[in-house]
Design a protein around this ligand. Structure first.
Ligand code: FAD
Length: 392
C-alpha cells in the first residue's frame, strides 16, 4: 500500500507540502478547519483601504483536485504512539508520517487586559479575515485629527516586517484621508526587519504622521484597557481612537497537543527533514516551527513545505534526505508604488537553519523612485505566483 501522510493545516506551508507529497506518490490527507483560506500577505493594504478583502480569499477547489484527500475539520488531538490524528467530529486518521503546519495562535495570557474579548475593541488583524475588515472599518470611521496606536511584539512572531508595513500603509491612509491624524507605533524591541529602509522612508513620507517609539524609549506595552481605549506602557498612557495590538504568539495549538512545542510555545525541528525534535514521525513547518534564521513568512512556509515533503518521501522510501538550501524573500509596501525587500538563503548549520553568509540582503538604501516602483510590482507578481502555485 502507498504510505499514508496526513497534513494538518492548509495554509502556505501545509497546502504546499500536501501537493508535493501527492505528486511524489504518497496517499495524502489534508485536514483544514476553514472553508476558504484568507491570506495575510497584502492584507495590510486592505486595512489601509487600498484593496478589497475579496482579493485575499483563496478557495480550496483546486487543491481538492490535486490528487489528495481534502478533509474539512479541526484536528483536535494526535496520538504519536498509535500514529493517529483525531478530528473534532470523532474521525480518526492513521498516518505513517504526519506534517503539521497550523500557523500561529495569538497569546491572550501575557498582556494584561488583552484577552480574547479585547480583539473587538482593539483588533490584532494578525490572522486575516474578519479582523482585517474590522480594523479597516475602524480606521475609515475615525475622526479627523484622531490618534491610532499600533503595537509590535518582541521576537519571534509571524512576519517580522509586517508591523512596519502596516504602520507605513496606515500612515499613508491618515496622510491622504484623515487630516491632522497621528499614528503612534509602540515597539517591544529596538531593531527590526528592513529598519534601514523603513526609517528613512518614514522620515521622507510621513514626518508629521508617524511617531515611532522603540523599546529604549518606552515602547513596550505593559497593559491595555479596551473599554477606555488606553494602551499603557511603563512610561505613559496612550489614549487611542483606533488601537491595533499585535500580541505575542505561539505555534497553533495542535502542535502543543501533539507534544511538538517546547516551553517557548514553538516547535524545535531537525533542519534537514523538519522532523520534530520532540516527537518522532511528526514534521512541523511554517510559522509553528523554530527555523533558526528563517523568518516566519509565507515564502518560508512554501519553501519549507517543498523541502519537508521531499524529506518525508525519502524517509518513507528508506533514502537519506539531502541537506537542503532554502530561500526567503519578503516584500513590504511603504506606500502604493513604493516597495522594499529583504532576501536570504539558509542551510542547516549546527542543527539550525542559518544564513548563508553573503547570499542575501536588503534593497539598496539610496535607490531612486523607479527601483521602489519596480519592487512594488515584483511584490504583486510574487503574490500572484505563490498563490497560483499553492491554491490555484
Ligand atoms: P497559515 O498560513 O496560518 O496556515 C495555517 C492553516 O492551518 C490555516 O488555514 C488554519 O485554518 C489551519 N489549521 C490550524 N490548526 C488547525 C487544526 N487543528 N485543524 C485543521 N486546520 C488547522 N508572508 C510573506 O511571505 N510575505 C508577505 O508579504 C507577508 N505579509 C504578511 C502580512 C501580515 C499582516 C501578516 C499577519 C502576515 C504576513 N505574512 C507574509 C506571513 C504569512 O502570512 C505567514 O507566515 C504564513 O501564512 C505561514 O504559513 P503557515 O502554513 O505556517 O500558516
Amino acid at each position: 500500500a502507498r504510505p499514508r501522510v496526513v497534513v494538518v493545516g492548509g495554509g502556505f506551508g501545509g497546502a504546499t507540502a500536501a501537493r508535493e507529497l501527492a505528486r511524489g506518490g504518497a496517499d495524502v490527507t489534508l485536514v483544514e478547519a476553514s472553508e476558504a483560506y484568507v491570506s495575510c500577505p497584502f492584507s495590510n493594504a486592505v486595512i489601509a483601504g487600498l484593496r478589497g478583502i475579496d482579493a485575499q480569499v483563496l478557495g480550496y477547489d483546486a487543491l481538492g483536485r490535486a490528487g489528495l484527500r481534502l478533509v474539512r475539520g479541526t484536528a483536535s488531538g494526535v496520538d504519536p504512539a498509535a500514529r493517529r490524528v483525531d478530528l473534532g467530529d470523532g474521525t480518526a486518521l492513521p498516518y505513517d508520517r504526519l506534517v503539521l503546519s497550523p500557523g500561529i495562535d495569538l497569546r491572550f495570557d501575557v498582556l494584561p487586559g488583552y484577552d480574547a474579548d479585547a480583539v473587538t475593541a482593539m483588533p490584532h488583524a494578525w490572522r486575516a479575515g474578519e479582523q482585517t475588515v474590522l480594523l479597516a472599518r475602524q480606521l475609515a470611521a475615525m475622526p479627523e485629527g484622531g490618534t491610532v496606536v499600533l503595537s509590535a511584539p518582541a521576537n519571534p512572531y509571524r512576519c517580522p516586517p509586517g508591523p512596519y508595513e502596516r504602520a507605513s500603509l496606515i500612515a499613508h491612509f491618515l496622510k491622504t484621508r484623515k487630516p491632522r491624524a497621528k499614528l503612534i507605533l509602540l515597539d517591544a524591541k529596538d531593531s527590526f526587519s528592513k529598519q534601514k529602509l523603513f526609517e528613512p522612508a518614514w522620515a521622507a513620507l510621513y514626518p508629521d504622521v508617524l511617531e515611532y517609539v522603540p523599546l529604549a524609549s518606552g515602547g513596550q506595552v505593559a497593559a491595555v484597557d479596551p473599554a477606555a481605549m488606553i494602551v499603557r506602557t511603563d512610561f505613559a498612557d496612550y489614549k487611542a481612537d483606533v488601537a491595533c495590538i499585535i500580541p505575542p504568539q505561539r505555534a497553533g495549538r495542535i502542535a502543543a497537543r501533539a507534544g511538538c512545542a517546547d516551553r517557548s510555545g514553538w516547535c524545535p525541528i531537525d533542519p534537514v527533514t523538519f522532523e520534530s525534535r520532540l516527537v518522532p514521525g511528526i514534521h512541523v513547518i511554517g510559522d509553528a516551527a523554530i527555523a533558526g534564521a528563517m523568518p516566519k513568512s509565507a515564502f518560508s512556509a512554501n519553501a519549507q513545505g517543498k523541502v519537508c515533503a521531499q524529506a518525508v518521501l525519502d524517509l518513507l522510501d528508506g533514502r537519506e534526505p539531502e541537506s537542503p538550501r532554502l530561500i526567503n524573500t519578503c516584500y513590504s509596501l511603504v506606500a502604493p508604488g513604493y516597495g522594499i525587500s529583504v532576501a536570504g538563503v539558509f542551510r542547516p548549520t549546527d542543527g539550525l537553519l542559518a544564513d548563508v553568509p553573503g547570499a542575501g540582503g536588503i534593497s539598496p538604501p539610496d535607490a531612486p523612485a523607479a527601483v521602489r516602483a519596480r519592487e512594488a510590482a515584483y511584490a504583486e507578481s510574487w503574490y500572484r505566483t505563490i498563490t497560483g502555485a499553492v491554491f490555484g
